[in-house]
Design a binder for this molecule. Structure first.
Ligand SMILES: C[S@@+](CC[C@H](N)C(=O)[O-])C[C@H]1O[C@@H](n2cnc3c(N)ncnc32)[C@H](O)[C@@H]1O
Length: 230
């Protein structure tokens, strides 16, 4: 049966509770990969989809990749902004989240509208291979939990499959390094510091804007990057 939405299009409290419950269970099971205790809120999801919404050529359809779709909080904002001809690849390794995304595509009106142009891949994003090309990449991967080498491999992958002039938007949480400096083992603090230097290297090279999204739990930052045209 098709799920009904509230008139504003935001999630009903029972849907939000269902998604938070699923997310929290997976975070408890595997925090390193899940990287948060709750799905992104609507303000963060909307800010991440800026380059699906704002287009240089409004008549040209977009190829969109979302890495780390989780319970679909950001995917929902993406599908709401999708126009005729746009396609979306959702990548998510966790089978519980993949099952949930398949459900949304079959029953949720926001997703059903574009379901024939959305593909869900149960995979790590780098396993999609180098031959695809995207105009927009939205990444929800928890870089703060990864090693510097993993972050570099993923950013290199994004810039391989991004078209010249294409955009990458990704986020992390504010103050995690400062909190870790106080409460985490020194090794973990140093690992995160090294990962964040890799992120900063890419932001210095390709960054076109940084935002803070305070109405999110926890508050977040977003970086927007653009691949040069030559
Ligand atoms: C912080 S959650 C973000 C979920 C969702 N985008 C949101 O904002 O609510 C990170 C997600 O990335 C997924 N993930 C972790 N490593 C991944 C990888 N290498 N490739 C693709 N997804 C990955 C996790 O399973 C998890 O669903």
């Amino acid at each position: 049966m098709a799920a009904t939405q509230s008139p504003s299009g935001s999630l009903r409290p029972d849907q939000r509770l269902r998604d938070v419950g699923l997310f929290l269970r997976q975070a408890l099971r595997t925090f390193r990969a899940t990287g948060a205790i709750a799905p992104s809120g609507p303000a963060l999801a909307n800010a991440l989809t800026r380059f699906v919404d704002e287009r240089e050529d409004p008549s040209a359809p977009l190829t969109i990749l979302e890495a780390g779709a989780g319970t679909g909080a950001v995917s929902r904002a993406i599908v709401r902004h999708m126009r005729a001809g746009d396609t979306l690849d959702l990548v998510e390794p966790n089978s519980h989240f993949v099952g949930h995304l398949a459900d949304l595509l079959a029953t949720d009106p926001d997703f059903v509208r574009v379901a024939d142009r959305v593909t869900v891949h149960q995979a790590l994003v780098t396993d999609l291979g180098p031959d695809r090309r995207f105009d927009v990449i939205v990444s929800g991967l928890p870089f703060a939990n990864f090693t510097a080498e993993e972050v570099r491999e993923i950013l290199e992958y994004y810039f391989t499959v991004l078209k010249p002039g294409g955009h990458l938007s990704f986020f992390g949480y504010l103050y995690t390094k400062e909190v870790k400096a106080v409460i985490a083992p020194r090794e973990d603090y140093l690992r995160q510091a090294r990962s964040s230097w890799v992120v900063q290297e890419w932001v210095d090279r390709y960054g076109i804007g940084t935002e803070r999204v305070l109405p999110n739990i926890p508050p977040a930052w977003i970086h927007h990057l653009r691949k040069p045209t030559e």
